[in-house]
Structures are given as structure tokens and as C-alpha cells.
Design a protein around this ligand. Structure first.
Ligand code: TRP
Ligand code: CA
Ligand code: ZN
Length: 318
């Protein structure tokens, strides 16, 4: 009994160096129970499943006056949709209320049972839209990709060394209100257990760039290496520092990272050369507009970023 785990680990390491890991692993024994074992490769996140969540969020907006904004019925319906998926997959969920602008807001937090509770890896996305549209790229995209990554954790029955926690924030569009409320409400000992927070806000822009937050070198490297492996060049995210929920964590001294495909800024000709798309046009021409619908998504960007999220979660929690 005692011998099986070390032998399996050794074999996996040997196969990795010879590049033969994928085929033999398929017939190998199930995931080692030993926490801290060499990281297993993250699964491919099916982009069709991420898009299916976006269609549901679009339907929720359509049925609720065209948006999913804080204080509007489409926001709470979005929370209910995500929560039901997580509950069915075995997460421990909690909806945390706060009040801002005279209305009740909601954060959804989902814990994956297990791992070292003294080392918590978090990933999150804001779930609210602006009043003017359904908010499918901003930020159905991050919300759906984080959801599908959490569901992949459940499908694989991942046994990470660290404890995993996923979050969907309310009232980001009113000034990062939900994420700030969450960080402020954590007792200091809980806050100090968070080893990292990964943020995903706008990851399917129709004229995409591939931007990586450069706030923490170790987290940044995980994302940059992943895109290098796809032969996709990246740039540091600079379109407005502190303009998303990672700022709430960064201000509290928690290491942060994340991905972004661009908002209202326009793509330069150098960027169009490296990434394709249209120079002189906004990364997201429907940013904060009624046309931020399911049509306002670049499927390739959504797919690459969703897979990068899973890769980072697997790697950073092992
Ligand atoms: N958070 C902004 C919004 O929701 C979008 C945005 C602008 C952004 N600049 C950013 C997100 C940089 C992440 C990083 O409107
Ligand atoms: Ca994929
Ligand atoms: Zn926005």
C-alpha cells in the first residue's frame, strides 16, 4: 500500500520527461490521493459548454428587461442559475448579501470540499452587467468560464493540495462593491489563508487581445507559459489599473492574477499583426452597450482563456 503512490509519481515524472505522459496516463490508475503529488494535466474545457452558459445568461437578460444589472431581477436570476449548477456538482455554496445604491446585492461563493483550508486558491468573476445591456462579454464570459472550470473540477473529482474556492461578484459595475464587501467581511485569519485570487473579467472580446495581469510574478508565469505553449503572444494588461475585482484583493495584500481580452481601447496595428482582428477598432465595440449579446464573443479567445483558467487552477492548487 505504502509503495504504490511514490512509484506512480516516479513513473509519471519519467513519462513527462520523455513526452509520453498523455497516452500511458489514460490507462493508468485513478488520480493519486496523495496531496502535493505532481500536478496532473488540466482537462480541456469544452467551449461549447461555456457558450451554453452564455446563452442561458442571454435568456435571463431577455426575460428581465434586457439586463442583469445590480438591483434588477436579471441579476438574482443569474445567481440562481450558477448556484444550481454548482449545488448539483457537489460544491458547498453560499449567497452573501450586501446593500448598495439602495438595493440588495449578492455574491455567490462556492467551496470545493477538501484540500488544505490553510491555503485557499480563489478564482472569480463579476456576474453583474451594466443597465444598458445583457453583459455577455462583460462579464458573462468570465462568469461562464469560471463556472465551467468549477464543473470540470467536479467531473474530474480533483483532489488538490490547496482548498479551492470560486466566486461570482455582485455590483462590480458600481465600483467593485461586491468583491470589496467580501474582502472587508473576512476575519483577518481567513484573509491570511487566501494564497491567491485569479480574476476573469471580459475574456471573449470580439476583436480580442491576450492580456495577462502582471501583479504577481508566479501567477503571471503560469498564464504566460500556457499561452506560449499555444504559440499565442501575450501582453501585460494595462487598460485601467484596478478596474476589476482583483483590486479588492490586491489592496488587502493578497497575490492576484488574471486574464483580459480588452474593453473600449482600440487595437493597434502591431496588435492586429500578432493577434489578427481589426486595427483601429475597439477590442470590444459593444462594451457597456445593448449589443453586448451572445454575438459579441470571439469563440477562439473564449476557448483559449477558458482552458488557461483550468490550467492555472490545476497548476496553482497542486
Ligand atoms: N472591469 C471593467 C468593467 O467591467 C472592464 C475593464 C476595464 C477591465 N479595464 C479592465 C477588466 C482591466 C479587467 C482588467 O467595466
Ligand atoms: Ca477548450
Ligand atoms: Zn463592465
Amino acid at each position: 500500500m505504502k509503495l504504490s503512490a511514490p512509484i506512480r509519481t516516479l513513473t509519471a515524472a519519467a513519462l513527462l520527461t520523455t513526452g509520453l505522459l498523455a497516452a500511458p496516463m489514460a490507462s493508468a490508475a485513478p488520480t493519486p490521493e496523495r496531496p502535493g503529488a505532481a500536478a496532473l494535466a488540466a482537462p480541456d474545457i469544452p467551449v461549447a459548454d461555456v457558450k451554453a452558459h452564455l446563452s442561458e445568461l442571454q435568456s435571463i437578460a431577455d426575460a428581465n428587461g434586457g439586463n442583469r444589472a445590480h438591483g434588477e431581477p436579471g441579476y438574482k436570476a443569474s445567481i440562481d442559475y450558477i448556484k444550481a449548477k454548482l449545488d448539483a456538482a457537489g460544491f458547498t455554496t453560499s449567497v452573501k448579501e450586501f446593500t448598495t445604491g439602495g438595493s440588495t446585492g449578492y455574491n455567490l461563493v462556492a467551496d470545493w470540499p477538501g484540500g488544505d483550508e490553510g491555503q485557499v486558491l480563489m478564482a472569480g468573476a463579476h456576474l453583474d452587467s451594466v443597465d444598458s445591456g445583457p453583459g455577455i462579454n462583460d462579464n458573462g464570459s468570465g462568469s461562464a468560464a469560471v463556472l465551467e472550470t468549477a464543473l470540470a473540477v467536479s467531473r474530474e473529482q480533483l483532489k488538490p493540495a490547496k482548498h479551492l474556492r470560486f466566486a461570482w461578484w455582485g455590483a462590480e459595475e458600481l465600483g467593485l462593491v461586491g468583491s470589496q464587501n467580501y474582502v472587508d467581511s473576512l476575519p483577518e485569519d481567513e484573509r491570511s489563508k487566501i494564497s491567491g485570487y485569479l480574476n476573469f473579467d471580459m475574456i471573449g472580446s470580439p476583436n480580442p487581445g491576450y492580456f495577462v495581469y502582471d501583479d504577481d510574478p508566479a501567477i503571471e508565469k503560469v498564464f504566460k507559459d500556457y499561452f506560449a505553449g499555444l504559440n499565442v503572444q501575450t501582453e501585460i494588461e494595462t487598460e485601467g489599473d484596478g478596474r476589476s475585482d482583483h483590486a479588492s484583493f490586491l489592496d488587502a495584500g493578497i497575490p492576484v492574477g488574471g486574464l483580459f481580452t480588452g474593453a473600449g481601447n482600440s487595437k493597434s496595428s502591431a496588435q492586429a499583426e500578432k493577434w489578427g482582428g481589426t486595427a483601429g477598432e475597439a477590442f470590444d465595440r459593444c462594451y457597456h452597450s445593448s449589443c453586448d449579446t451572445t454575438k459579441n464573443i470571439d469563440e477562439t479567445a473564449l476557448d483559449r482563456n477558458s482552458d488557461a483558467i483550468a490550467h492555472a487552477i490545476w497548476e496553482l492548487s497542486s
